[in-house]
Design a protein around this ligand. Structure first.
Ligand code: FAD
Length: 401
C-alpha cells in the first residue's frame, strides 16, 4: 500500500514516522514544496533568529526509516476518485493520502522590499540579516510571532516599535483582561508598543529622510514610522488553495474540514496540522489549532487511521511562546462567558489564569509557572472540578476540589 503525505513540516514528518512506528511496511512518500531538508518552525523565531542555531532541521534518518522524500515538489491538484495527486513534477498515485500542507502567513498589500514575513527557514535567515544593532525595526502585529520577533530584535540591539490594530497585545488569542498587563512586558524590554494603530501601507524609502534606503510604515492616523526593516506578523491561513476543484470540503476559515478521526470528505484522504480543523467532542466546537503540539499529536492519529484504525482525535490543545524573557504556556480552549480565575498577581514575575465552566477548568494560561501548566493540563484532561478559593492561591498546588 502506498501512502503519500503532502507537506514536510512537523505534521507531515511525524505522520510519515508514525506510519513506520505503527508497522506500515508499504511505501511512504513525503512531499515538500520547500527545497530544504524538513525542519521545525518554533526555533525560527527564537534560536535561529537570534543566531544561536543555524537551522532547525529534524534529526531523522528518512532513508533509514524507508521514507522517500520528494523535496522541492509541490502538490498542485487532487483527483480523489482516481486517487491521483497532481504535482509540479508529474502525477502520483496513492492508496492513502495525508494532507499536511500547513499554513501561509497573511501579507499586507503593497509590501516594500524591506518587508519580512516569518514562516520559513528562508524568511528567518533574511530577517536575521536585517536585525543589526541600532536598526529601526517595525513589527506589525502584537500576536505570538510579533512578540517573539520583537523580543529577539530587541535582544540584538535594534530599536523596535510594534504596531497593533487591537487595543491590547495578543487580542486574537486571549481576552483583554488578561493581556492588558502584558503591555508592561514591552515597555520593560524597551519596545514601543502602539496599540489601536492600523497600518495603511508600507512604502520603500523613509519619506522623511531623502535618500534613505529604508521603508516607511504609514499608519491610518497619519503617523509615519521610518524603518530599516518591517516584520509582518498578522496571522496565517490554511494552505489549501491548491485543493480547489478537488471536492475536498473546507470549513469557513479555509481549513480542511476533517472529522474526529482526521478523515476528510474524500475516501482514503486524511488531514492533519495547521491545514485542518476537526470537531472537538471535549469542547463541542470545531477547532483549527495552529500550534506545534497539534501537529505532533494529530500525526499519530492520522497515521493510525490511514492504516485502517478508528482513533478519535480529541486533544487538549497546548502551545507555548517565549517572549520578553518569559515562558508563556496555554492549554485547553476557553470561550467568552467562561469564568476567569486568577492565580497570582499579574504584575508579579509569574502568574497563571484559569477559565472554568460550571466549576470545571477548560483552559489555563501560565506565565513562568511550568508546574501549573503540567498539573493544570492533567486537570483539564480529566475535567476535574476545582475549588476556586484554593485554586486562586498560587502557593497551593493545582489539584482537584
Ligand atoms: P507547516 O509547518 O506549515 O508545514 C507545512 C509544509 O507543507 C510546509 O513546509 C510547506 O512548504 C508544505 N506545503 C504547503 N503546500 C504544499 C503543497 N501544495 N505541496 C507540497 N508541500 C506543501 N507553535 C507553538 O506551539 N509554539 C511556538 O513557540 C511556535 N513558534 C512558532 C514560530 C514560528 C516562526 C512559526 C512560523 C510557527 C510557530 N509555531 C509555534 C507554530 C507551529 O510551528 C506550527 O503549528 C507547525 O509548524 C504546524 O505544522 P504543520 O506541519 O501543520 O505545518
Amino acid at each position: 500500500m502506498r501512502i503519500v503525505v503532502v507537506g514536510a513540516g512537523m505534521a507531515g514528518v511525524q505522520t510519515a514516522v508514525a506510519l513506520r512506528d505503527q508497522g506500515h511496511e508499504g511505501e511512504v512518500l513525503l512531499l515538500g514544496a520547500e527545497p530544504h531538508q524538513p525542519y521545525d518552525r518554533p526555533p525560527l523565531s527564537k534560536d535561529v533568529l537570534l543566531g544561536k542555531a543555524e537551522h532547525s532541521r529534524f534529526d531523522i534518518d528518512f532513508p533509514g526509516r524507508g521514507i522517500e522524500l520528494l523535496l522541492g515538489r509541490r502538490a498542485t491538484g487532487l483527483d480523489p476518485v482516481r486517487r491521483v495527486l497532481g504535482t509540479d513534477g508529474g502525477e502520483l498515485e496513492y492508496d492513502r493520502l495525508v494532507l499536511a500542507t500547513g499554513a501561509r502567513p497573511v501579507a499586507l498589500p503593497g509590501q516594500s522590499a524591506r518587508t519580512h514575513l516569518l514562516r520559513t527557514h528562508d524568511d528567518a535567515v533574511a530577517l536575521k540579516g536585517a536585525l543589526r544593532p541600532g536598526a529601526r525595526i517595525v513589527v506589525v502585529g502584537a500576536g505570538w510571532i510579533g512578540a517573539e520577533a520583537a523580543t529577539v530584535a530587541r535582544r540584538l540591539g535594534c530599536e523596535v516599535t510594534v504596531v497593533e490594530a487591537a487595543p491590547v497585545p495578543l487580542a486574537g488569542a486571549l481576552p483583554a483582561e488578561v493581556t492588558e498587563g502584558m503591555r508592561g512586558w514591552y515597555a520593560e524590554a524597551g519596545v514601543e508598543l502602539r496599540t489601536g494603530a492600523a497600518v495603511g501601507g508600507i512604502v520603500d524609502g523613509d519619506v522623511r529622510l531623502e535618500g534613505d534606503p529604508g521603508a516607511t510604515v504609514l499608519l491610518t492616523d497619519g503617523t509615519e514610522l521610518g524603518a530599516d526593516a518591517v516584520v509582518v506578523g498578522i496571522g496565517a491561513r490554511p494552505d489549501t488553495g491548491w485543493l480547489d476543484g478537488s471536492g475536498i470540503v473546507l470549513d469557513d476559515r479555509g481549513a480542511i474540514a476533517a472529522d474526529d478521526r482526521l478523515r476528510t470528505s474524500a475516501e482514503g484522504v486524511l488531514a492533519v496540522g495547521d491545514c485542518a480543523s476537526f470537531p472537538s467532542a471535549r469542547y463541542r466546537t470545531r477547532l483549527m489549532v495552529h500550534h506545534w503540539d497539534n501537529a505532533v499529536q494529530g500525526a499519530r492519529v492520522a497515521a493510525a487511521n490511514a492504516l485502517g484504525g478508528e482513533q478519535q482525535y480529541d486533544p487538549v490543545p497546548y502551545f507555548w511562546s517565549e517572549q520578553f524573557g518569559r515562558m508563556v504556556q496555554y492549554a485547553g480552549h476557553h470561550c467568552p462567558g467562561d469564568t476567569l480565575l486568577r492565580r497570582g498577581d499579574p504584575e508579579a514575575a509569574d502568574w497563571s489564569a484559569l477559565w472554568l465552566r460550571d466549576g470545571v477548568p477548560v483552559a489555563l494560561l501560565a506565565v513562568d509557572r511550568p508546574r501549573d501548566l503540567v498539573q493544570g493540563r492533567r486537570l483539564l484532561e480529566r475535567r476535574t472540578p476545582l475549588d476556586p478559593a484554593l485554586t486562586a492561591d498560587p502557593a497551593v498546588q493545582l489539584k482537584a476540589a
